[in-house]
Design a protein around this ligand. Structure first.
Ligand SMILES: NC(=O)c1ccc[n+]([C@@H]2O[C@H](COP(=O)([O-])OP(=O)(O)OC[C@H]3O[C@@H](n4cnc5c(N)ncnc54)[C@H](OP(=O)(O)O)[C@@H]3O)[C@@H](O)[C@H]2O)c1
Length: 263
């Protein structure tokens, strides 16, 4: 780890999609990077991001585990973190009772527990220093009942709700907390979640570079929630944010229903 000549950005889930684009924006703006993801593609991503001239290190770990989180924290060491982008997460399609326990637990352990673990540890150091920026990658899925992706939507509802509260807790601390709420975005997400044969998997999606830019810029301005995508902003109205109702679940079921995107 070099001396802190440049500010440091930590990005989880930086091997592809929105996380890669967030890391690219931070690199372009002159940050050094620490990246984490669970598959070997992180090596290639780190290599590509070195072209922006900053120092880039990475670790291949499963952030659903405490061991993986600790390895990432050890890699960062004593160097102060200026930007923490807690982006790693994944979905899971199909009916809850048809999902393997290990699969739905991995969603909860990655999207919720792993995210909070990292924010807790690095957030404490930011507070000691009196500065830092935290970006959660939530989802507009948080605002809707997730029939056939029930655990995923509920995990993002947790993150969105948590981020608002943490933002308020830290309002006088020098730490800003932002939550990016993307709509359907064109990444590996749907294939990994087993949603590629559902209507949502085959529909129109936003560009991850544009989604990431909206989140990155909102984080740098210290804003709270940002919904990426014009169409998504209209979905994220206060009316959509009422507690999930049965009728809404019924209307949503067609979006992630297995096989419904192939018709
Ligand atoms: N795409 C969408 O429509 C959409 C909409 C709203 C919100 N989001 C959220 O946006 C974030 C980024 O997703 P994406 O769309 O960019 O999909 P993506 O291309 O699949 O990227 C997900 C990233 O998270 C990493 N990751 C997932 N589980 C991990 C784990 N247990 N340990 C370490 N790394 C892990 C992946 O790394 P590995 O490949 O190494 O596992 C990958 O780098 C997620 O939190 C997702 O829930 C996506």
């Amino acid at each position: 780890m070099p001396e802190a000549l440049r500010p440091l950005a930590v990005v989880t889930g930086a091997s592809s999609g929105i996380g890669y684009e967030l890391a690219k924006l931070a690199a372009e703006a002159g940050h050094d990077l620490v990246l984490a993801a669970d598959r070997p593609e992180i090596v290639e991503a780190a290599q590509a991001l070195r072209q922006f001239g900053g120092w880039v290190d990475y670790i291949q770990v499963d952030l659903s585990t405490r061991d993986g989180e600790e390895k990432l924290i050890a890699l960062i060491g004593q160097r102060p973190v200026d930007l923490l982008m807690a982006n790693a997460g994944h979905g899971l399609g199909h009916g809850f009772l048809d999902q393997a326990l290990s699969d739905w637990r991995h969603v909860v352990d990655t999207n919720i527990t792993g995210t909070l673990y990292l924010v807790h540890r690095l957030g404490q150091k930011m507070r000691e220093r009196g500065r830092g920026r935290i970006l959660f990658v939530g989802s507009i899925a948080a605002l809707m009942p997730g029939t056939f992706q029930a655990v995923y939507n509920a995990s993002k509802a947790f993150i969105d709700c948590f981020a608002v509260a943490l933002r308020d807790e830290l309002k006088d601390s020098g730490i800003s907390v932002t939550c990016l709420q993307p709509g359907a975005t064109d990444t590996d997400f749907f294939v990994r979640a087993g949603l590629d044969d559902a209507r949502i998997g085959s529909g129109r999606k936003d560009d991850p570079a544009i989604v990431a830019k909206a989140g990155y810029e909102a984080m740098m301005r210290g804003e709270g929630d940002v919904v990426a995508g014009l169409k998504n902003r209209s979905r994220a109205t206060p009316a959509a944010a009422i507690p999930p109702q049965g009728g809404a679940a019924e209307r949503r079921r067609g979006l992630a229903e297995p096989g419904a995107g192939l018709m």
